[in-house]
Unconditional design. Structure first.
Length: 175
């Protein structure tokens, strides 16, 4: 049933902290909050964009480094500093005329819960909180920031026979 649902996915929506990162934030003396991103997740994200999927980031976190990371991966829709994820989600559904069954959302904590209840395929990393695991139709064996994103994108693209890249560019995931 789960693999069948992957056949209909056209849109990936991801939270950042705890999904695209491990959830740790390093606070610098200058006041910046630093995060680390996994290069394998980056490769999968940019490949999904190349394959025509709508890739979206919605996060309560914000920062110039985050924005630059997502721009480098050519992610078309990035919403940072968001307090109402449902409102942003509804705008996206209207803008792109999306049906919930086409949307996969990966979240890890309570701020993701309401949106996850609106999509056709809610998923989460292995270290998500229990409430998120309870509504998820797939729990990646990988934790946030440690290729959970790669896992779900790769599964989706493989099911849709869009995974293999004939001419991969080694620089694609490191931007």
């Amino acid at each position: 049933m789960f693999l069948e649902k992957l056949k209909h996915v056209t849109t990936f929506i991801f939270d950042v902290d705890g999904v695209l990162t491990n959830g740790d934030i390093l606070a610098s003396d200058s006041g910046e909050f630093l995060r680390t991103f996994n290069i394998k997740d980056g490769y999968a994200l940019q490949l999904a964009v190349k394959r025509g999927f709508l890739v979206v980031v919605i996060s309560g976190g914000k920062g110039l480094a985050m924005q630059k990371r997502f721009e480098g991966l050519n992610i078309p829709e990035v919403f940072l500093g968001v307090s109402d994820k449902v409102s942003v989600f509804n705008q996206l559904v209207t803008k792109y005329e999306l049906h919930p069954d086409q949307i996969l959302y990966m979240g890890d904590d309570i701020p993701d819960l309401k949106v996850m209840q609106l999509v056709g395929l809610p998923v989460c990393p292995a270290d998500a909180v229990p409430e998120i695991k309870a509504v998820s139709q797939y729990i990646s064996p990988y934790t946030g920031g440690k290729t959970a994103v790669r896992d779900i994108i790769e599964k989706t693209l493989k099911v849709q026979q869009k995974w293999f890249d004939e001419q991969p560019d080694a620089a694609d995931s490191s931007k």
